[in-house]
Write a protein of this length. Structure first.
Length: 212
């Protein structure tokens, strides 16, 4: 098992930038229902800036992911910028040059993301946020690391778990972020951040197991 090559990480970031751009209208529409109709444009602006980073200037995946995190924080206003920034910064710290791309290490990296996002945003599972997509994905990776599954199997499982978590946000009442202002009225709507987060795990399942 090798490390995560910078080319693979670049391909992953480019894939996710394309996915959020392609789904921008849908993400914004979800945010229109329980927020302020900017999640699609926020994510598209941030990930376009990440995709435009000079690929030559990164010696390794850790440095690239850290720069991606800082770029998201500086280009995305709103709650999602610092939260996604935290996600990329932590991934960078855990998937650095000396880390092999194993299910175990990926589980640890995404667990660090989950902890970082929960600390920063103070959301718990069930609060109808991106945490509700990320937490089940982390659980799937941890289970599959224990069971000795392949990277592809574990990431497919994580993507499926994130999608189920995203779907479960429909029935939740928002307790964090703008949607929480609506209280009971937030029920019946899918959380935009959980939706973009599930797309991120799907993108990982598509891009990471492909070694360059
Ligand atoms: P804003 O709410 O500032 O307009 P966005 O629309 O880009 O920012 O992002 C909204 C998403 O951010 C929500 O759908 C939710 O998933 C996520 N979010 C908001 N606040 C929090 C929080 N405190 N913890 C975790 N996620 C949050
Ligand atoms: Mg918004």
């Amino acid at each position: 098992m090798s490390n995560l090559p910078v080319e693979t990480t670049l391909a992953w970031l480019a894939d996710y930038a394309k996915v959020v751009t392609d789904n921008s209208a849908m993400l914004t529409d979800l945010d229109r229902q329980i927020g302020d109709a900017d999640h699609g444009s926020n994510m598209t602006r941030g990930m376009s800036a990440v995709a435009a980073l000079d690929p030559q200037s990164f010696a390794d995946t850790g440095a690239l992911l850290k720069k991606a995190g800082m770029t998201l924080v500086s280009t995305v206003g709103g709650a999602s910028g610092p939260l996604y920034g935290t996600l990329f910064l932590r991934l960078g710290a855990f998937l650095g040059p000396d880390k092999e791309l194993s299910v175990q290490n990926l589980a640890q990296a995404f667990k660090a993301d989950l902890d970082g996002i929960m600390t920063r945003g103070k959301a718990e599972p069930g609060d109808k946020t991106m945490v509700d997509a990320l937490a089940p994905a982390v659980e799937a990776l941890q289970t599959d690391a224990e069971a000795g599954r392949t990277l592809q199997e574990a990431l497919d499982h994580a993507a499926q778990a994130a999608a189920q978590g995203r779907d479960a946000t429909v029935g939740m009442i928002a307790r964090r972020g703008r949607a929480s202002y609506l209280g009971e009225r937030s029920k019946g709507h899918q959380d935009p951040g959980a939706t973009s987060l599930a797309l991120f795990i799907e993108s990982a399942a598509r891009c990471l197991p492909v070694q360059v």
